[in-house]
Ligand binder design. Structure first.
Ligand code: GCU
Length: 426
C-alpha cells in the first residue's frame, strides 16, 4: 500500500477526536513561533549547576523522574519472566543473503497477554553482528515481500483500500513498507535487523491497553489515577523494546553491545523514551519523531502538546494533558529527553515537507544536548546552524533534514548506516 493511504486513514481516525474539541490554529510561520525559555539540562531542580559526570548522574535521575511524572508515565520496574520460542527459521532468506528467525516472546506469568513476535534477519556466516532494532507500523510482513513471513493476525488500523479489513491485515499489505526498511541494504552492510509490529505490544487506540501489558503491570507513585494505569502507550511500546532487547541478548550471533534502536514518528518517540531508560541500546535514531519526540514542545510550530493529547489521548500520561494550554510550565523540554541518551550516539532526522513534526524544533532539540555531551568530553552536533537540506551534520549527535515527506527512505538509511559504521562499529 501506498504510505499515503495509511497516513490518510490515521488522519481520518484522529479527525473526529480533534474536532470534538475546539482545535487551535496550527502555526507554520517561523516569524510567529514567539519566544520561550528552555529549562537547562545542567541546572538541577534546586538550582545547582551540574559540572561533573557524577553530578549529572543525579541530575539524570531527576530528569528521568520528571519525564515519567509529566509526560510518559512511570514504567513499571518489576521483573517479568519471559520465554523465547523460535517458531520458524529460514536459512536462506532474502535469496540467500540472510538467516531469518521468527521468535515469539511470551510472558510466563501472564499467559493471557499476547506474545511479541520478532522477525530477526542476520547476515549469513557472520558472528557477533551489530544490529538495528525497530518497531514497525503494519506487521512484520509489511517490511518484506517474502511470502513465508506470516501476515499479522493482530489488530491493525483500518486503512483505505483493501490492505486491511475489519482491523485485520490482508495479503495486500505484504511488503508495503519495504522501502522504509531497506533490509537487503542493511544486511549487505554487515548488520542484522530485528523488527516487531508495535501492535503486538499494544494496539494503537484508546482501549488498546485492555488485554495487553498495561492491564497487568502496576505503575508506582502516580498521583493522577486513570483506568488504564498511568503509563501511556508510548511507555508500553518503549517497555516492549526493552523486552525485545532482553531476547536479543540471548542470541549468540548478535553483539548485545551494538544494538542500534531506530524509530519513525510515533515509534521514534517510543525509541527515544526506550533509549533514555535503557542504556543497553548503544545508539538511538529518531526519524521524524516530532511532538513528544525530538521536537521542542515550547516552539509553537506544527503539532502542539494540546493537539497530540487530543488526537491520541492514550499515548502519554494524564499529567501531560494538564500542560495543554500552558506548555511554558512544563518542567522539562524535549532536548532533555535527547540528553538522556548521552554520551551514546544519537541521530535526529527531519524531512522538509514534514512541517507537522517541526524540523527546526527537532534540530534545536538535538543542538541543545551539546552541554551534556561536552560534560563527557564529546562533541554533539557541534553547531547551532540549521543545515541546508540533504547536508548531514554533527559528530556524536547527528542531524539531517532531507527533501521530501514524512517517511523513512533509502537516503535516511544511508546516513544511519554511515553513522553506525563510524560510531557503533561494523
Ligand atoms: C500523527 C501524530 C504525530 C505522529 C504521527 C506518526 O501525525 O500527530 O505525532 O508522529 O502521526 O506517527 O506518523
Amino acid at each position: 500500500m501506498d504510505e499515503f493511504i495509511f497516513w490518510l486513514a490515521l488522519l481520518l481516525l484522529a479527525a473526529p477526536l480533534a474536532s470534538a474539541q475546539k482545535v487551535e490554529e496550527f502555526n507554520y510561520d517561523e516569524a510567529k513561533v514567539g519566544t520561550y525559555t528552555l529549562p537547562d539540562p545542567l541546572t538541577s531542580k534546586d538550582g545547582k549547576a551540574v559540572k561533573t559526570k557524577s553530578a549529572w548522574t543525579s541530575r539524570r535521575a531527576e530528569l528521568m523522574e520528571l519525564f515519567a511524572a509529566n509526560v510518559y508515565g512511570h514504567t513499571p520496574k518489576q521483573p517479568i519472566k519471559l520465554r523465547f520460542q523460535t517458531t520458524a527459521v529460514n536459512e536462506s532468506a532474502l535469496n540467500g543473503l540472510a538467516v531469518r528467525k521468527m521468535v515469539s516472546i511470551f510472558f510466563v506469568d501472564y499467559p493471557q497477554i499476547p506474545s511479541i513476535d520478532v522477525a530477526l534477519y542476520l547476515p549469513k556466516n557472520k558472528k557477533l553482528v551489530p544490529i538495528f532494532l525497530g518497531l514497525n507500523f503494519s506487521g512484520n510482513h509489511s517490511a518484506t515481500t517474502e511470502t513465508d513471513v506470516p501476515i499479522t493476525t493482530r489488530w491493525v488500523y483500518n486503512a483505505i483500500g483493501d490492505v486491511s479489513v475489519n482491523n485485520k491485515a490482508t495479503e495486500k499489505s505484504r511488503g508495503m513498507q519495504v522501502s522504509s526498511w531497506q533490509i537487503e541494504t542493511v544486511l549487505k552492510r554487515g548488520y542484522g535487523l530485528a523488527t516487531v509490529y508495535y501492535g503486538d505490544i499494544e494496539p494503537d487506540h484508546p482501549q488498546g491497553w485492555q488485554g495487553h501489558i498495561r492491564s497487568v503491570l502496576d505503575s508506582p507513585s502516580e498521583t493522577v489515577p486513570s483506568a488504564s494505569n498511568n503509563w501511556g502507550a508510548i511507555g508500553a511500546w518503549a517497555w516492549g523494546l526493552s523486552r525485545i532487547m532482553d531476547y536479543l541478548q540471548t542470541e549468540p550471533d548478535i553483539d548485545p553491545k551494538r544494538v542500534v534502536l531506530i524509530g519513525h514518528s510515533r515509534l521514534g518517540k517510543a525509541a527515544l523514551w526506550a533509549g533514555a531508560q535503557d542504556d543497553r541500546f548503544a545508539a538511538v535514531i529518531s526519524n521524524e519523531s516530532g511532538e513528544g519526540g525530538a521536537a521542542l514542545s515550547r516552539r509553537w510550530y506544527g503539532e502542539t502538546v494540546e493537539r497530540i493529547n487530543t488526537s491520541f489521548p492514550h499515548w502519554f500520561n494524564a499529567q501531560f494533558k494538564t500542560y495543554n494550554k500552558r506548555v511554558a510550565d512544563l518542567p522539562i523540554d524535549q532536548h532533555e529527553l535527547l540528553a538522556l541518551i548521552a554520551p551514546r550516539p544519537l541521530y535526529v532526522a527531519s524531512a522538509e515537507e514534514d512541517r507537522w513534526s517541526d524540523p527546526k524544533g527537532e534540530f534545536l532539540g538535538a543542538a541543545h544536548t551539546e552541554p551534556v555531551y561536552k560534560l563527557f568530553g564529546k562533541t554533539g552536533l557541534g553547531t547551532d546552524t540549521f543545515p541546508a537540506v540533504n547536508q548531514p551534520i554533527g559528530q556524536t549527535v547527528r542531524y539531517h533534514i532531507r527533501t521530501g515527506k514524512h517517511d523513512v527512505t533509502a537516503y535516511d538509511w544511508e546516513q544511519y548506516l554511515k553513522f553506525a559504521d563510524e560510531l557503533v562499529g561494523k
